[in-house]
Design a protein around this ligand. Sequence first.
Ligand code: NAD
Length: 260
Amino acid sequence: MTSAKVALITGSTSGIGLGIAKKLASQGHNIILNGFGDPSDILKIQTSLAKEFGIEVRYSNADISMPEQIEKMVRDVETEFGAIDIIVNNAGIQFVSPIEDFPIEKWNAILAINLSGSFHTIHCALPKMKEKGWGRIINIASAHALVASPFKSAYVAAKHGIAGLTKTVALETATFGITMNAICPGYVWTPLVQKQIPDTAKARGLTEEQVIKDVLLAAQPSKKFVTIEEVAALANYLISDDAASITGAIIPIDGGWTAQ
Ligand code: NAD
């Protein structure tokens, strides 16, 4: 097990990010939560993790589409803890539409949150990480970093961009004790997936049940959703000392989707 570290997980008030925060908390790491949601629900997560695992848990409401808010979040953590040891760039949104109808503000928001946000956290936090000579950066990309699906132009473009960013930063940090990898989940049953079902049904002229069976799970040979716990366990492995030589990897966890 890696000794206790400081881990920032963006978008950790829900879904995969929350699952990763819980897993890393259970390993004794101090956690910086981030994301949107009901303040009283977020406070409950914060206090229950701190109490259950005897760790420090902080929360930042930084909007990951806003570079200056990311910088403030990183500087606040550095002021309190010295450096961020682990960054999990997970915040993300989705929008489903044929490209000719794709709202420009949705394109800009998806690129800002799903791609540029990762650039900004790394840009701000890397100098202190390099000074410490140890770091782990994980981008939660997607099977859509490797293959495309129709009607998801912004998401697929952002996730393919994340794969390029991952490889580039891995090369720049390889001699500093820092690794940078991308986890590429297939479909995981979270609010992000649940919310896209009505629009996908509309774009493809299907019922919502058909979308689940014939679009989402049809992509995955396993015919099962990937679980949040499986993604969190992979993230936990990537931050371990055993994974010190894994860097620049784009790792699918998708029930065989991208093997096809
Ligand atoms: P989710 O909707 O459950 O969680 C998204 C999180 O991001 C929430 O905490 C939300 O508050 C936060 N967020 C959204 N916009 C933000 C912003 N501007 N600033 C800060 N936080 C913001 O979704 P999820 O399915 O858990 O997705 C998490 C990541 O996993 C995303 O990057 C997504 O693309 C990726 N992913 C999800 C799936 C899936 O099937 N669910 C598959 C592959 C990849």
